[in-house]
Design a protein around this ligand. Structure first.
Ligand code: FES
Length: 87
């Protein structure tokens, strides 16, 4: 059984070495919540350049989901107010 983290309380399993973004997308979670107040957070560039995928790890703060390896037991939530505006 794969380890899991929690996205707004929902368990999301991941494979060892997988990023947060990869695990969320594989679980069918593409909407990462409000970003910049106008557009929705999401995985956009996938290489750490756009900041559209920034999420908050409880007790740690904001990270880029596309660059950050998933760890067992992390509690993640949307991180509003960061990132570039794009449509
Ligand atoms: S998707 Fe662009 S920084 Fe993560």
């Amino acid at each position: 059984m794969n380890p899991c983290f929690y996205w707004i309380g929902r368990p999301v399993s991941f494979r060892p070495g997988e990023t947060i973004a990869a695990a969320l997308l594989r679980a069918g979670i593409a909407d990462l919540g409000p970003e910049g107040g106008a557009v929705r957070g999401r995985v956009f560039c996938g290489i750490g350049a756009c900041q559209a995928c920034v999420v908050a790890i409880a007790g740690e703060g904001p990270v880029e989901a596309c660059l950050t390896p998933a760890r067992s037991g992390m509690r993640l939530a949307p991180q509003p107010g960061l990132g570039l505006h794009h449509d």
